[in-house]
Write a protein that binds this ligand. Structure first.
Ligand SMILES: C[S@@+](CC[C@H](N)C(=O)[O-])C[C@H]1O[C@@H](n2cnc3c(N)ncnc32)[C@H](O)[C@@H]1O
Length: 345
């Protein structure tokens, strides 16, 4: 049985309603809209012209126009901001084009993944002692940082990205444990944001009393700033950190050439097929034997899947779908599973 109100309306009425919704509000009419406007139109209480006028006076139309203006204005601001650096502007356009291309392709769905940090560690390492750890102080610092951040306006120089873009806490713990066990001399990561992943790595290097972390990131938008990149990293851990300010396509290879070889490479910059693939291919050549290549969000496209297949590698996958992620994705109506992928050379 079909009891939709819109099905009971005359075709002509339905067309009028749909036309005004699409033309003025930029969206199709919903059932509530059909019911409200349909009854007014069909009972003759309102004409099409009066309905149009009501739409133009509505709060929804004013918000829709304002948002459209903001979107256009922010795109113009981004272009203006990057005009001072044409290379970066071209890179940004390429990244947007690639994300659009990625969104059209079918992505391999991983089924063989682990949901527990300890299981991942057990699979990656043999003959190791599981580290004792106490990250309480670090977590208190993060909580304080996030509390301060939440009082700032989005998007602003103080809060340029949503905190949810940061690596998820269990993945941070995994990076920390890997660094505690492997005791790397050199770690390279792309994609820092506020520096959550960097902090976990640096905490391990600090406790190991050896090693250095090199991180690449850049402020792409007018409201981003170099100052905010890694701003979450506690002061006492910064002595083992070097930020390389620029895009990975420009900075990664020269950096690796100047510090080679490296023990661990971590990708968490732009998750487009081309960018991920090019970072993996570049970093792989500079990794020591048994070194690790780690990538966030390997389920975004097939770059990691193709790379590991080409090299005949068996990746370990860690599912990051914990409560925070679920809440964020639910609120933003995104259906996805995010995975951290790890391969050993
Ligand atoms: C997902 S966030 C990184 C999160 C971070 N690993 C953490 O744990 O908080 C992505 C970061 O990558 C940076 N990024 C995006 N494209 C990049 C590129 N082509 N080169 C370098 N950094 C890039 C962005 O500026 C952003 O800070």
């Amino acid at each position: 049985m079909n009891d939709k109100y819109s099905d009971k309306l005359e075709v002509k009425t339905k067309n009028v309603i749909n036309e005004l919704y699409l033309k003025i509000l930029g969206r199709p009419a919903d059932e509530d809209g059909f019911q409200y406007w349909g009854s007014l139109l069909e009972s003759g209480k309102i004409t099409k012209d009066e309905m149009r006028q009501e739409f133009l006076n509505s709060y929804e139309y004013k918000t829709f126009r304002a948002n459209k203006t903001i979107k256009i204005k922010s795109t113009i601001d981004i272009i203006k901001f990057n005009l001072s650096n044409i290379d970066v502007l071209i890179e940004k356009i390429k990244l947007s084009h690639n994300s659009w291309k990625d969104s059209k392709s079918t992505v391999y769905k991983y089924t063989d993944y682990k949901t527990n940090v300890r299981d991942v560690i057990n699979s990656v390492f043999t003959n190791y002692e599981f580290p004792k750890y106490d990250l309480n102080q670090l977590h208190v610092h993060f909580a304080q940082f996030i509390k301060n951040l939440e009082s700032k306006q989005m998007y602003s120089k103080y809060r340029p990205y949503p905190i949810e873009y940061s690596i998820e806490n269990d993945s941070g713990l995994l990076l920390y444990l890997i660094c505690k066990i492997l005791k790397p001399k050199k770690v390279v990561e792309t994609g820092v944001a506020y520096g959550l992943s960097s902090s976990y790595i640096l905490q391990a290097l600090h406790e190991n009393n050896q090693g250095k972390l090199f991180s690449i990131d850049y402020a792409f938008k007018p409201w981003e700033s170099k100052h905010m990149i890694g701003s979450m990293i506690p002061e006492n851990l910064r002595y083992r950190w070097k930020l390389i300010y620029g895009t990975s396509s420009k900075k990664l290879k020269p950096l690796l050439n100047s510090i080679k070889p490296i023990d661990i490479f971590i990708h968490d910059s732009a998750h487009t097929y081309n960018n991920m693939n090019s970072e993996y291919q570049t970093a792989w050549n500079f990794l020591i034997k048994d070194g690790l290549l780690i990538s966030d969000d390997v389920g975004s496209n097939n770059a990691f899947y193709d790379f590991t297949n080409q090299k005949n590698l068996k990746p370990e996958l860690f599912s990051q779908m914990n409560e925070n992620f679920q809440k964020y994705y639910k609120e933003h109506n995104v259906k996805t599973k995010t995975f951290l992928g790890i391969v050993q050379k």
